[in-house]
Ligand binder design. Structure first.
Ligand code: UDP
Length: 240
């Protein structure tokens, strides 16, 4: 008998910033390897893992729009392409330690990855493969957090695990206020009404409407990714 864990299928969101670590070349291979190892440890337990990667370590559309005549849509498409680079890097790292991994992109780039096909993604997961969703939702003016919420709902994953560089959601900025307190749990309502910068409003609303809990946790602490995926207490849990 398989031991039962809190979640059977999870959606792990890895931001671009988290992938960068303190490496000068945008991606820190120590971090992608740590992610790969921890994901491997839980797929061995039979938990299905889908990943949405961000691109902020390479290009963030909103900060470039307006620069040299770049319109927001063009900037955002460049941002989406950045997520594809991260996805391919992460896939190569995972496969180097023997985890079968598929990348699916929200717009076609058939030479480098599969197109996003929901049923196919689910099939991969059922076969124990890790699926990495790249290019966000494929539309400008959105974020990869929204992609995480949307893909989670589409593939019937049970939770969005948002891996960041901080321990969770604080009541104030912990870098400026040493007395800032970490929230163990929060309601969606508290996140939106207090304007806590957890996810953008589109993403958090999508989670709320579909009753998808969100766990915000620190991926730089060794063991945290595996803990979060296994449903152990880590970071801040946002829910009903
Ligand atoms: N992006 C987009 N549509 C999407 C997802 C992402 O236009 O559905 C673009 C947007 O420009 C964004 C960039 O891709 O700034 C990188 O994604 P994001 O900022 O969400 O990455 P993260 O903050 O997780 O590193």
């Amino acid at each position: 008998d398989k031991p039962s864990y809190k979640w059977q299928r999870v959606l792990l969101k890895v931001s671009g910033e988290a992938l960068a670590g303190d490496h000068t070349q945008n991606i820190d291979p120590k971090i992608t390897m740590a992610i790969a190892r921890e994901v491997a440890s839980v797929t061995r337990l039979g938990i299905e893992v889908a990943i949405v990667v961000g691109g902020g370590n390479i290009f963030r559309g909103s900060s470039w729009a307006g620069c040299s005549g770049l319109d927001r849509s063009s900037a955002d498409y460049i941002g989406m392409l950045a997520t594809v680079m991260n996805a391919m890097f992460l896939q190569a790292t995972m496969e180097s330690i023997g985890i079968p991994t598929r990348v699916q992109t929200a717009f076609r780039m058939s030479e480098v990855a599969e197109p996003y096909i929901r049923r196919r993604a689910v099939r991969h997961l059922e076969k124990g493969r890790v699926v990495i969703f790249a290019a966000g939702i494929g539309n400008p003016f959105f974020t990869t957090d929204t992609a995480a919420a949307l893909r989670c709902a589409e593939i019937n994953a049970e939770v969005v695990l948002k891996a960041t560089n901080v321990d969770g959601v604080y009541d104030d900025d912990p870098r400026r206020n040493p007395n800032a307190r970490l929230h163990d749990t929060l309601t969606y309502q508290e996140v939106t009404s207090k304007d806590l910068s957890v996810m953008d409003m589109t993403a958090i609303t999508l989670c709320q409407e579909n009753n998808i809990p969100v766990v915000v946790f620190n991926l730089t602490k060794s063991g945290n990714i595996a803990k979060a995926i296994k449903g152990e207490r880590v970071g801040t849990l946002i829910g009903g």
